[in-house]
Design a protein around this ligand. Structure first.
Ligand SMILES: CC(C)(COP(=O)(O)OP(=O)(O)OC[C@H]1O[C@@H](n2cnc3c(N)ncnc32)[C@H](O)[C@@H]1OP(=O)(O)O)[C@@H](O)C(=O)NCCC(=O)NCCS
Length: 166
């Protein structure tokens, strides 16, 4: 799986996928994917706030189906990944890696020198993906995320330098 830039398509044996910008018109479909994919889904409000803030929001679409997407925020020479999700039907086929590669490409083209993210300590799948991609743990924020109503869990803070090879 390779990196895509906006508007580019990728053909696999099964499907043709295009990288596209997420818009307000997509939020309901995106929230539906969130609810299927994640125990702590983003809400309509989270997506709308992200768009209002002018964050980078791109996704892979196969026909009218969302394969996956990411939302990221650039702060000077850092790009912070705020959300990355792959729809359950498309998981474990390399699409998250493709999204990360596309984000890296965009970030490098916008003079960023590093990517940052926070991930729940219990999200083994995502941690493994990020480590394999080249992110390294640089911190741990204790009791950062809520878990249910009464407990909390730590956020692992990860960083990847963008001059490294992916
Ligand atoms: C975490 C998440 C984004 C990973 O998405 P994904 O598309 O399944 O990830 P990838 O396919 O790129 O890589 C994951 C696995 O697929 C494997 N894989 C990659 N290409 C493959 C292929 N062609 N065939 C089979 N497996 C493949 C990878 O080696 C990796 O294997 P592993 O799980 O044994 O380590 C997805 O599980 C998700 O959306 N989770 C819910 C939301 C979430 O947790 N987001 C992160 C919050 S910080």
């Amino acid at each position: 799986m390779t990196a895509l830039t906006l508007g580019q398509t990728l053909e696999t044996e099964q499907l043709t996928v295009a990288l596209t910008t997420l818009t307000e018109a997509d939020v309901e479909a995106l929230v539906a994917v969130e609810k299927l994919a994640y125990s702590h889904p983003w809400s309509l409000g989270n997506f709308r706030d992200a768009f209002k803030a002018g964050n980078l929001a791109q996704g892979l679409k196969a026909g009218d189906q969302w394969v996956g997407y990411f939302v990221a925020m650039q702060v000077l020479d850092e790009v912070h990944l705020l959300n990355i999700t792959v729809a359950p039907t498309f998981q474990r086929q390399g699409w998250a890696r493709c999204l990360l590669q596309s984000l890296s490409l965009w970030s490098q083209a916008h003079q960023a020198s590093s990517l940052w993210l926070e991930v729940r300590e219990s999200n083994a799948r995502a941690l493994k993906l990020y480590q394999a991609f080249g992110f390294e743990q640089v911190g741990l924020r204790k009791d950062y995320y809520p878990v249910g109503r009464s407990s909390r869990e730590a956020a692992v803070v990860m960083r990847m330098a963008l001059n490294s090879t992916q």
